[in-house]
Design a protein around this ligand. Structure first.
Ligand SMILES: [Zn+2]
Length: 459
């Protein structure tokens, strides 16, 4: 099967030009002006932007959490991602404390194998680092292609590791060429504040926010940077939200250290005033919580200063019925919100349309940087000869409105209900196959491949 995309405006992290793209099978075969090649199918992309499929390196599909499961499974979650122009996601395996990493990998494969529509990979969350798990790290990197290891500095008793384990894990991961991702918030301090608010009868979603003040994230980010500096292990802070935490990263540059940073689209565009809407605020109960407008400004500045490299979602949807588990107690509201389908459009609007970033930077933030960081480049993350034909054809003029009625995530509310968007994903290719065709889905369950990843390319 061959396919020719004619006359599109091709945007990568580095380039911007009008060209034809010839695809043979799963990969890009030729790029040029007026290609005289005969293809099985032709798409006219005149007047459209053509950019690499988005990579969202932070999603949680079918994940057991707080007594329930996130409501998008591997089929619905990867399909919704494709609708939004994201052709690959990286999901998180969570080790159960007391069990092996292999057991967790087997469990996650059981839920994901054969179910994805778009391509995917896993980070491994190490929640119990000991002499046994230490021995599993090398095999995960070298045999399974799982090169990034998530750690939690919060959720004590379930996911959190202490600093002794963190330093040990960093030394082991560094030895084998991997990368540490971190949820950097001070778990003990948050647990204290949650208990205090509950004891005082302060139980609304607003107290979820007030139990995780900025200092809890700033302190942990700085501590993480210190440990990464000491061990020399590459460190990547996931879902960084606030000025204090970004300043910890900024300070680390003063001793010639680089800490990699991901933020999520909601932290760039939404703020904590949403928690004042009584229980409706539960829609945005996530950890860390939404912050203030000054933090949004800090994050956009961090993007422009190159301190923030990746914009992800932390997509972890729960239906309203699940959110109601915490109706009388904020600490029982499942943490997480939908977003994987909205991300590309939101960054395009908040970034490009609002003149905060260039189109090249848009591609870098949504695709190229994650491909490099997580060992997928240049197979993924760019439009180039030999790369996978993961391509989005985007109509920059078409307008539409976000709302649960028009979306495909398995959740019954939208975090961005009624938001007017400029530009719309029109056609999406996943490894050469048309999976979204003029807004209709044409892929099928099982088409998505698990990708083994290589070493991180530092950016
Ligand atoms: Zn997450």
């Amino acid at each position: 099967m061959s396919l020719l995309i004619k006359n599109g405006r091709v945007i990568t992290a580095a380039d911007d030009y009008i060209a034809d793209i010839f695809i043979e099978g799963e990969t890009i075969n030729e790029i040029g002006n007026n290609l005289l090649l005969k293809a099985d199918k032709e798409i006219d992309a005149s007047g459209k932007l053509v950019f690499p499929g988005g990579i969202d390196p932070h999603v949680h599909l079918d994940m057991p959490f707080m007594g329930t499961f996130s409501s998008d499974n591997y089929e619905t979650g990867t399909r919704a991602a494709l609708f939004g122009g994201t052709t690959m996601v990286i999901d998180f395996i969570l080790q159960k404390q007391g069990n092996s990493l292999q057991a967790a990998l087997d469990e996650w494969r059981g839920r994901s194998n054969g179910n994805c529509i778009g391509d995917y990979s896993f980070h491994m969350a190490v929640t119990d680092f000991n002499d046994n798990t230490k021995k599993e790290i090398q095999g995960l990197i070298e045999k399974e292609g799982i090169v990034s290891f998530k750690t939690f500095m919060a959720y004590k008793g379930a996911l959190m590791i202490d600093d002794r384990q963190m330093v040990g894990l960093m030394e082991e991961v560094k030895k084998h060429g991997g990368l540490i991702n971190v949820h950097a918030t001070n778990g003990d301090m948050i647990d204290y504040l949650i208990a205090k608010h509950r004891a005082e009868g302060k139980l609304s979603p607003l107290y979820h926010y007030l139990s995780q003040p900025e200092v809890t994230e700033a302190e942990a980010s700085e501590r993480f940077a210190d440990m990464a500096h000491y061990t020399g292990c590459p460190g990547y802070i996931v879902h960084l939200t606030c000025e204090g935490a970004l300043n910890a990263v900024r300070n680390a540059t003063r001793r010639n250290q680089k800490v990699f940073v991901e933020t999520c689209i909601q932290y760039l565009l939404l703020d904590a005033s949403l928690y004042e809407k009584n229980f409706e605020g539960a829609k945005w109960v996530m950890s860390p919580p939404l912050r203030q407008q000054k933090d949004q400004e800090t994050l956009w500045a961090g993007i422009n200063q190159g301190l923030v490299q990746v914009v992800a979602t932390d997509h972890c949807p729960f239906k309203w019925e699940q959110k109601l588990m915490g109706k009388d107690d904020f600490s029982k509201i499942p943490n997480g919100a939908p977003g994987v389908e909205n991300r590309m459009n939101l960054i395009y609007n908040g970034g490009v349309v609002e003149n905060r970033i260039s189109l090249n930077r848009f591609v870098e933030l949504t695709s190229t940087a994650a491909a490099k960081m997580f060992g997928l480049f240049p197979k993924k993350g760019t439009i180039a000869v030999g790369s996978d034909a993961d391509i989005v054809i985007f109509d920059p003029e078409k307008e539409h409105t976000f709302g649960v009625e028009n979306e495909h995530m398995n959740v019954d509310y939208s975090s961005y209900e009624g938001w007017k968007m400029k530009g719309k994903v029109e056609t999406v290719l996943s490894r050469g196959r048309v999976v979204i065709d003029k807004g209709e889905h044409t892929g099928k369950q099982g088409d998505g491949q698990f990708l083994k990843r290589g070493e991180c390319v530092k950016i």
